[in-house]
Design a protein. Structure first.
Length: 328
């Protein structure tokens, strides 16, 4: 007898697909899908999920529904069905319960404690089929205003208090194998505090790259970026791109003018081209050409010269050593 009921239920489901209908639900659960991460909601039998996609769907290729099935319902295989609808009127709201739409597919909740469904949004896609997931028909696209997923009771005989046991549905994005790199450039300043902003060329993985608003889409994995300019020093960075995420890369450009860093003991007087300069451990910009550096420590004085060239950095280290010898 139970087998006949199940066959009859399957016959009804097969004849309910792709049929325009007017129907009533108990509640519409509105779900705003975030661009990253996931959101978990609860829905009971005869409820529906109205899933709204985010504004930026660049990396979306599907939506994953991870459904936790109440233990009491898992014992009544075939009693509850899930379905997808398109062409809904009116547009779903959290106060609407009467709809007209086309049912695109329907199937029953299995006799287990969890169900993983994937709704494709692009064709073709790279969604991988696994033994633990069911890929539903591609009835939506990234241009869809809402994805409508409905639970409904299709067979009698379950306990009357079933409404106290809702489904927990976690809604997750399924990303393509690409991400975004966003470049944040910090330009150098001259001695007057004016920003030195000049052209530069970007190479990613040794290929000339054209960035739009300092952003570009890349395959997931490790990448290399090089920045080349006649006005700045060449910069090279390594960065990683994750699926559906934005990697922000900060690059501080350095002026091509030579820099000088002086290291000396405390209380040392330092003269650069006969002009005394305050002691700092930080590198500072100097002009191209020959420079004389003079150190004065008490009665001790030493002089060094450097020939500064654009694109080079120089470190002058004054070291005072004390030698101790022992004689008989």
């Amino acid at each position: 007898m139970k087998k006949n009921v199940l066959i009859f239920t399957v016959f009804i489901l097969l004849n309910m697909v792709a049929i325009g209908e007017t129907f009533r639900i108990h509640k519409t659960v509105m779900v705003n899908m975030p661009e990253t991460g996931n959101v978990a909601v609860q829905a009971g039998i005869n409820d529906a999920l109205a899933i709204t996609l985010p504004e930026d769907t660049t990396f979306f290729q599907g939506i994953e529904l991870d459904i936790k099935i109440p233990e009491v319902l898992s014992r009544y295989y075939g009693s509850v069905a899930y379905s997808l609808y398109t062409g809904l009127t009116p547009m779903p709201t959290d106060t609407t319960i009467n709809y007209t739409g086309t049912r695109e597919m329907i199937d029953t909740i299995p006799g287990r404690l969890s169900l993983n469904l994937i709704i494709p949004l692009v064709e073709p896609n790279t969604i991988k089929k696994t033994p633990y997931s069911i890929i539903l028909p591609a009835v939506y696209s990234l241009n869809s205003s809402v994805l409508f997923f409905r639970f409904q009771l299709v067979m009698k005989g379950i306990p009357e208090d079933y409404e106290k046991e809702p489904f927990t549905v976690t809604v997750k994005p399924v990303y393509i194998d690409k991400g975004r790199m966003e470049l944040d450039i910090i330009y150098p300043q001259d001695e007057n505090g004016q920003t030195l902003e000049f052209p530069y060329t970007v190479f990613i993985d040794e290929q000339l790259a054209t960035l739009e608003a300092q952003k570009t889409i890349l395959d997931t994995g490790t990448h290399y970026i090089s920045m080349v300019s006649d006005h700045y020093r060449n910069e090279t960075r390594t960065f990683s791109v994750e699926p559906g995420k934005t990697t922000k890369l900060e690059v501080e450009l350095r002026d091509i003018a030579p820099t000088l860093q002086v290291i000396a003991p405390d209380n040392t007087k330092i003269f650069l081209d006969e002009v005394e300069i305050p002691y700092t451990k930080d590198a500072f910009v100097i002009s191209q050409g020959e420079h004389m550096i003079r150190f004065v420590v008490g009665d001790y004085e030493t002089v060094r010269t450097i020939q500064a060239v654009n694109g080079r950095s120089y470190v002058v280290n004054l070291s005072l050593e004390v030698e101790v010898t022992e004689t008989l």
